[in-house]
Design a protein around this ligand. Sequence first.
Ligand SMILES: NC(=O)C1=CN([C@@H]2O[C@H](COP(=O)(O)OP(=O)(O)OC[C@H]3O[C@@H](n4cnc5c(N)ncnc54)[C@H](OP(=O)(O)O)[C@@H]3O)[C@@H](O)[C@H]2O)C=CC1
Ligand SMILES: CC(=O)C(=O)O
Ligand SMILES: [Mg+2]
Length: 751
Amino acid sequence: MSKPKYTREEALAFHLEPTPGKFEITATVPMTTQRDLSLAYSPGVAVPCEEIAQNPELAYDYTNKGNLVAVISNGTAVLGLGNLGALGSKPVMEGKSVLFKRFADVNSIDIELDTEDPEAFIKAVELMGPTFGGINLEDIKAPECFIIEQTLKERMDIPVFHDDQHGTAVICAAGLINALHLSGKKIEDCRIVLNGAGAAGIACIELLKAMGARHENCIACDTKGVIYQGRTEGMNQWKSAHAITTDLRTLEEAMKDADVFLGVSVKGAVTQDMVASMADNPVIFAMANPDPEITPEEAHEVRPDAIVATGRSDYPNQVNNVLGFPYLFRGALDVHARAINDEMKIACAEALAQLARADVPDEVAMAYGRKLSFGRDYIIPTPFDPRLIHTVPPAVAKACMETGAARRPIVDMDAYEQTLAARMDPTASILRSINARARNAQARMIFAEGDDPRVLRAAVQYQRSGLGKAIVVGRDDDVKQKLEAAGLGDAVRELEITNAAKTDRLADYKEFLYKRLQRKGHDRHDIHRMAARDRHVFAALMLAHGHGDGLVTGATRKSAHVMERINHVFDANTENGVAGVTALLHKGRIVLIADTLVHEWPDEEDLANIATRAAGVARHLGLEPRVAFVSFSTFGYPKSERAEKMHLAPSVLERRGADFEYEGEMTVDVALNAVAQDAYPFQRLTGPANILVVPARHSASISVKLMQEMAGATVIGPILSGIDKSVQICSSTSTASDVLNMAVLAACKVG
Ligand SMILES: NC(=O)C1=CN([C@@H]2O[C@H](COP(=O)(O)OP(=O)(O)OC[C@H]3O[C@@H](n4cnc5c(N)ncnc54)[C@H](OP(=O)(O)O)[C@@H]3O)[C@@H](O)[C@H]2O)C=CC1
Ligand SMILES: CC(=O)C(=O)O
Ligand SMILES: [Mg+2]
């Protein structure tokens, strides 16, 4: 499996741009008029204040408390990096907050407390109770974390959960249930070695013992070696509880004949010799972050029979608490839980284990870019599995209700599961899916404009993200100089640079071009100039000859100019039904607009072609197409000659027997709003349209740019659809990320 490569600079740039940090807060109510102000703030705000003061439960209705979790740390055990202090832990805590949002739509804010004194920490968190629906403690070292969590649980009436303890234990348990199932062993017979007897370690071993592991079969180790009865150095009451009577003193001795190794310590703590000495079919969970105790490659080299998991996303079997805390809190918040108890944790572990054993739907495997079926390399669901959100929280909520910890039980579980599924932003999974498909395709991508720094940055990112090979058209010295200026000097050796003037393929390219253009007013001299000097033409010729799998261009010139050049090599024109489709992504919604590139003033036949192209693009993106032919009139009113072709286009599709939903003509509000559609009960769309076919190129451009400028929508495209090779044309205002998106689309042949 290819590992994504990133440099320290890229990691820093990711956190710096577009604004420092990883999230911001946005308002959910209108804040426009004087009236809005009077309601959101004084005097209107007094009403909910008084109601809540009388009945605190109402805070869940009138404030964001019920969907707000604090991620709180003092930075004393930041991942496996040690004590980096409160401020040093902030990027991780912001990260946990965005994971809450991304995976379970839980709003979360990070809080870093500058104290190593448990009492001060406890006091600070306790006082924050009214604000939050739950408290997620993170990266606080043992043994202080045990005291802090226990005390806060006793004092607070909302869930308090130390993620490194219980989140890790839950995922570890889920993974182990499945790993032992595969290796045919029973937990009560297993010899288990734990390395790292801190927050994560103690919680993991406690949960495994609750699941049947025998005390005398579990050996815990820390920096001083085996924790044995009578040891005095580096001990505390939590370690003592797991001390056993044994002559073994070192991790190396403990590992001999062990069935299971659990590492929650530090990078490189385990050697190949130790792994080699384990029992048959050993299970190795090397969970230290960011680097495991031993890498899967190293472990498999000496023990091909091992089932190996790590805490990282770039290896199979990611045993990481990211699979737990978002869903545990989602389920807990949805029943206004007082606590997250053991039954809820076990329900979470079982739901995760079961999900990994269930058949993986194609779209999940496709989104992950590789085949997933229960086995040694897939013992636990992947973090991007979209089924997690509607399978794990219901299990947690049910356990909460059954144990009496729910303040507001859920009545209709089926309806709850459906609302959970609808909660997630579909655009995130679409973007992820096309990235995964591109990574699978490993396309050789031609970036035609190697003299543009945005294009060069996109090309470098394309290659370094493991998406495929980037081929840049340009002069070597110019590319080198521009890469250096962009701080990417190293990349010169990584990229393939093709200089049109120097390539020995030029003769073939010219011959090909002459054949196409000799009867279109071009002589040999024109052909030479175009093939050798025009990078759009040259790059298109490379693609036409199979010297690349896809092409991205257009960042430096107006699209009309670029289209004309591309048309010298391909037939990207109206006669061949080629169209441009632009995807607008905004507030969790995706709408495609067409034609944004090729047809100036399409007639009804063209409009039907455009709809068909756009429907193809939608399906490529994983959407079931619903086309609306939009205009300023709806179903014939007001009557206008200009709207006539929009009125006729659906009947053209009907005549052709199109296999997707379409309707029109209609205004944009009717197309996009289910309530507005109710006024036309005869209309045939089964929901709001996700494709708008517009009357002309100018209306397409106006709509896209208006959404971009006024609403801040993400624009992907125009995606060129209808030519047999994969060409994508960026807009001249593209950023490096826009160019990269176009390369990703070209790589997975959307179009
Ligand atoms: N994959 C996942 O989901 C998670 C992974 N982790 C990882 O687990 C590790 C520990 O985190 P956490 O429990 O919060 O931290 P703590 O500081 O609470 O505990 C660390 C433990 O590791 C022990 N340790 C440190 N170095 C070694 C070593 N060389 N050999 C043996 N034991 C050692 C310490 O020993 P001593 O007591 O002697 O100091 C201590 O017991 C980190 O790497 C973290 O990233 C944590 C949570 C989740
Ligand atoms: C994953 C996590 O929480 C940790 O490594 O600390
Ligand atoms: Mg942690």
